[in-house]
Ligand binder design. Structure first.
Ligand code: SAM
Length: 272
């Protein structure tokens, strides 16, 4: 089974390998067959298709696994980008792996990566949270996770919910910079930068799908100082406080606090 990434807007964004695989397989499993048909027509490929989506994935997974076990080659595609990423297909992949069917990924477009690399926001480390849950409690939990996050965060959002999401982000990101990327790879591709408040205020009629990239939470001065101190050797750490005129008892207490260990542990270190 091949997991094939397809364009997220611009039909030219498909790899030579993806085209070859789509031509070679026996069946294409598509999230929306009408949508995939447009791509296949553009590529002049005619293939039998089976539709699978979030609501029938379990039943369809069985059907697809059966065909794979009969020796058929199947390409799994979604409506846009990389299947499984905020898209259905996980169940089918898991079932295939259980049956020791080879699952091969054919890499290509993915909106989160496309947006991140040209957003100007630090990409060295990031977390992708997909769409925020609509369930109130789960949504609040995710927003709280965003509030504390010290790495870049990436979210997906639909046009009809973007304003509400920005409003909530305003409360949980407190003036952090973010980038809204929309219509990626399309004619009206656009990146807008600002705080959640600014982005919301300047937004006219929301159009197109959005990727939201949020800058990591800046460390407080205090956190930075503690981290710096913890990079010192224990002896250097001790000398640091000694120079500040603290006595032995106070120093041990403070080092234990900085390093989040017990006073006894630090005390033992100095005894050995
Ligand atoms: N599997 C896809 C991928 O690889 O990115 C994501 C599918 S998810 C159902 C759809 C969401 O992806 C949209 O709501 C939007 O957040 C994002 N997205 C997809 N295409 C996009 C594009 N051309 N521009 C901006 N965001 C896009």
């Amino acid at each position: 089974m091949y997991i094939v990434a397809t364009p997220i807007g611009n039909l030219e964004d498909i790899t030579l390998r993806a085209i070859r695989i789509l031509k070679e397989v026996d069946i294409i499993a598509a999230e929306d067959t009408r949508n995939t048909l447009k791509l296949l027509n553009h590529l002049q490929i005619a293939k039998p298709m089976i539709s699978y989506h979030r609501h029938n994935e379990e039943i369809k997974a069985e059907e697809l696994i059966q065909k794979l076990l009969e020796g058929k080659k199947i390409a799994l595609v979604s409506d846009a980008g990389t299947p499984i990423i905020s898209d259905p297909g996980q169940e089918i992949v898991n079932k295939a792996i259980k049956q020791e069917i080879k699952v091969i990924s054919i890499p290509g477009p993915c909106a989160l990566i496309t947006a991140l690399v040209s957003s100007g926001i630090e990409a060295k480390e990031f977390i992708f949270l997909g769409f925020l849950p609509s369930n109130k409690k789960h949504r609040k939990e995710k927003l709280m996770q965003i509030e504390d996050q010290e790495t870049t965060i990436i979210l997906y959002e639909a046009p009809h919910k973007i304003k509400q999401t920005l409003e909530e982000l305003e409360e949980f990101t407190k003036g952090r910079k973010m980038v809204l990327a929309r219509e990626l790879t399309k004619i009206h591709e656009e990146y807008k930068q600002g705080t959640a408040k600014e982005l919301k205020e300047n937004m006219k009629e929301p159009r197109g799908e959005y990727v939201i990239i949020i800058e990591k939470r800046a460390k407080t001065k205090k956190q930075e100082q503690i981290e710096k101190r913890n990079e010192l050797s224990l002896k250097e750490h001790y000398q640091y406080y000694e120079k500040k005129g603290m006595n032995k008892k106070e120093i041990i207490k403070q080092i234990a606090k900085d390093r989040n260990v017990s006073k006894n542990e630090i005390y033992q270190e100095f005894m050995t």
